[in-house]
Structure formats: structure tokens, C-alpha cells
Design a protein around this ligand. Sequence first.
Ligand SMILES: NC(=O)c1ccc[n+]([C@@H]2O[C@H](COP(=O)([O-])OP(=O)(O)OC[C@H]3O[C@@H](n4cnc5c(N)ncnc54)[C@H](OP(=O)(O)O)[C@@H]3O)[C@@H](O)[C@H]2O)c1
Length: 317
Amino acid sequence: MAELDEFLKRVSHPGVAVSERLFTAMRGQASKTPICPETPYLDGRRTLVTGGNAGIGYWIAQGLSMRGASVMISARREAQLRNATESIGKETRNLVEYTPLDLADLRSVSEAAVKITRAAKEDPFDIVVLNAGIWPKKYARSAQGHEIAFAVNVLGHHALLKRLLARGMIATDARIVVLTGDIYVMARECTPDFKYSGAYGGMLAYCRSKLGNLWFAAEFAKRHPLLEVVVVHPGVVASGLVSGEHGILSTLNRGFLLSPKMGAQTPLVAATQPGLGRAIYLHNTAGHMKLSAEDPAVNATASAKFWSTLESLDGLT
Ligand SMILES: NC(=O)c1ccc[n+]([C@@H]2O[C@H](COP(=O)([O-])OP(=O)(O)OC[C@H]3O[C@@H](n4cnc5c(N)ncnc54)[C@H](OP(=O)(O)O)[C@@H]3O)[C@@H](O)[C@H]2O)c1
């Protein structure tokens, strides 16, 4: 109880109705989540989905492939990458490939960027979906010693995108989709040295990293005005992220949660639909979300500082 009290103290945020936001995320998900239109078709378009071997990412990759795109998926578990590649390719008859990648290790990110470039025959990506993510069950650090949710959910993606840009692997008018979770409203900081213990520590680390995703996207969009950057909350989804014996949502009625296939619909809207605008935040039940000035996601000073931190840590200057 004392732990919960401490947690609630840490996540209350003046000016942002946290409980209302969480309620909006859960209420009527099944009926409010959009089904992504089948068009426009994506024949000839090249796409990359991190975490495309499982959960929401699998169905994002499947949806892009169904629409005619060639798809590259990246994650750690090679057997699951192979299975996903085979099963999507068999279903859609379009090119699906994979490259192993561990976002928790910047050496792996650098190697993967080289392999992805080679496998894609230096043909740049039109759509990149930064989907892979973790919700740590206990405190852990990345290969470079950073808190693990920060490292995987934010720093690894920042480093991957930067390396692909440096290799000319991002088309000049590409769409970059960044998955966050609306639960970020509980956080106000995101740092590589965050330390925690106890039942709610991993949850807080996750919330912080999802705020980091929004700060990263805002700063990245500023620096790449020709790219379309869309941040997405996919819904509260029955995926690997929330399962497992300690999964915070594993005790909730499964009826509240979306299937991973439904969880992929809003990211697919973000990846494929024209006219969304730049640097927007798309929410599965609330649509194009306008954030209040008090929302931590629009704290320009914090996001600029956060960008400097990412730049100083990613090993490529
Ligand atoms: N599920 C929800 O309710 C929910 C809500 C809001 C936002 N989201 C966001 O949606 C995204 C997808 O989550 P999900 O629910 O589909 O989770 P999931 O089922 O657990 O899938 C996570 C994916 O990320 C990959 N991954 C994990 N660690 C990695 C690493 N170190 N390097 C590379 N890839 C890694 C996993 O593959 P490997 O294990 O093989 O590496 C897997 O493909 C995440 O960004 C999450 O924050 C989910």
C-alpha cells in the first residue's frame, strides 16, 4: 500500500487529468478504434517495422504487406522473425524479410543498420514504424549501462533512425511512425540513469520512456521538416507487453483489451493515410489529440534537453 501511495504521489501531474486520460484510453476501445482503410495501396513502397515479429508489430507488418508494400521486420528473437516473415509472406505473396536487432545494445543497432541497408539493396524506406518496446518487470540496464526501457524504447530507435538516415536509407518524404502509450501522462521526466525497485518501478520506467518517445518525435520532426512524423497510441492491447505473471494488465478483464490485430489499426492509419499533417499525435479512441499546454509531452525545454541527451549517448555524432 505504501508503495502504491508513493507511486501515485510520483505520477500526479498538475494541469493534466491523468485518471481522465487513462479512462479515455480504456472506455469503448472496441467500438472507437478505427479500422484502417485498405487503400491507398502500397505497391513498390519499402517499409521497416521494428518489433515486427510479435504483438502489435506483427499485425502492422502484415497490414503493410497486405497493401502491397515490401516489409523488413527487426527484433531479437530470430525464430519468431523467421516464422513471422514466412507466415506474412505466404499470406500476402509480397516480399517480407528480417534483420535481427537488439535495441538494448548500440553495437547491435549499428550492425543491423548495415545489414538492413544491404538487404534492402540501398533502396530507401518510405515508411518506418518504430514499434518495438518493453515494459520492464524489474530493474535492468542495457549493454551500454542505461536504464533498459529508456535504452530499448527510445535510445535504440533514435540510434537506428540516425544510422539509416546517414546511409541514405530514409526516403526524403518518408513517413516515420513512433509508438508511444498514452500512459506517458504519468511521467514528467525520461533519463538514462533512472533507478527503481518494487512493483511500480518498471511501470514508471515504461511511462517515462513513452514520454521520451513523444519528445524524441517532436525534436526529430523539427530537424527533418520534409519527413512526416506521426506518434501513435495504439490502444490497450492484449500483447506480450502486458502479459506474463506480473503484467499489470493481466488481471484486467481480457474483454477490455484489444487484440494485437486491432491494436495495429491506428498505427496502420498513421503509416498509410494521406493528409495527417506533421508531428501529430494519433490516439486510438480520441483520434488526433490536441494536448494542453501543461501536458508533459509539449514541454519544449524538456524535449530539447532530451534530444541533447540522446545525441550525446548514441555514439554517432
Ligand atoms: N500492448 C499495449 O497495451 C500497448 C499500449 C500502448 C502502447 N504500446 C506500444 O506498442 C508497441 C508494441 O508493443 P506490443 O504490445 O506489441 O508488445 P509485445 O507484444 O511485447 O512486442 C514487443 C516487440 O518488441 C520487440 N522487442 C523487445 N525488446 C527488443 C529489443 N531489445 N530489441 C529489438 N526488439 C525488441 C519484441 O521482439 P523480440 O522479443 O524478439 O526482440 C516484440 O516484437 C510498444 O512500443 C508499446 O510501448 C502497447
